[in-house]
Design a protein around this ligand. Structure first.
Ligand SMILES: [Fe+2]
Ligand SMILES: [Fe+2]
Length: 163
């Protein structure tokens, strides 16, 4: 028997869609870099996509562990073209901030409907979002120091911030 409420189940399910769409966004960005042989950046964004997929799976596991039901929504096509690197980096930060907002809403909902068993998971995501936003901001800051995109690509070091 399900011990997760329908309301929480539905809200977390929606978040699975957000995480998968995040992966979709970053895959498009990775392609943009790959097309321009900015390979390290392509790698950075491919890894980011993998992390987002892992986030979706984390929500999935929680729902199933609590006897809920998972439904994968249809993914919308995402933007796949940008005019320059800065536009992508800023879009990345803005997207992470958007996701942080979504996680905060879930946290508020869990408190409101007394879904205390979901709070630790959401706290994990709150912490994760601090890191995600920080990574995006760090990339923007470092990019500002380079005049040449290839130099930037060559020197971008991915912080191993998995899960
Ligand atoms: Fe995520
Ligand atoms: Fe993220």
């Amino acid at each position: 028997m399900a011990n997760i409420s329908d309301k929480m189940n539905e809200a977390l399910n929606k978040q699975i869609g957000e995480e998968l769409e995040s992966a979709y966004i970053y895959l498009g960005m990775a392609n943009w870099f790959e097309e321009r042989t900015l390979v390290k950046l392509a790698d950075w964004f491919d890894n980011q996509a993998k992390e987002e997929f892992a986030h979706a799976m984390k929500f999935k596991t929680h729902i199933l562990e609590r006897g809920g039901k998972v439904h994968y929504p249809m993914l919308r096509e995402q933007k796949q073209d940008w005019s320059n690197i800065m536009e992508i980096l800023e879009a990345t930060l803005a997207h992470e901030q958007f996701i942080t907002g979504k996680i905060s809403e879930l946290y508020e909902l869990a408190q409101e409907i007394k879904e205390y068993s979901t709070l630790p998971l959401l706290l994990w995501f709150i912490e994760e979002q601090v890191e995600e936003e920080d990574n995006a901001m760090a990339l923007i800051d470092r990019y500002k120091g380079y005049k040449n995109d290839f130099n930037f690509d060559h020197h971008v070091v991915r912080e191993e911030a998995q899960e």
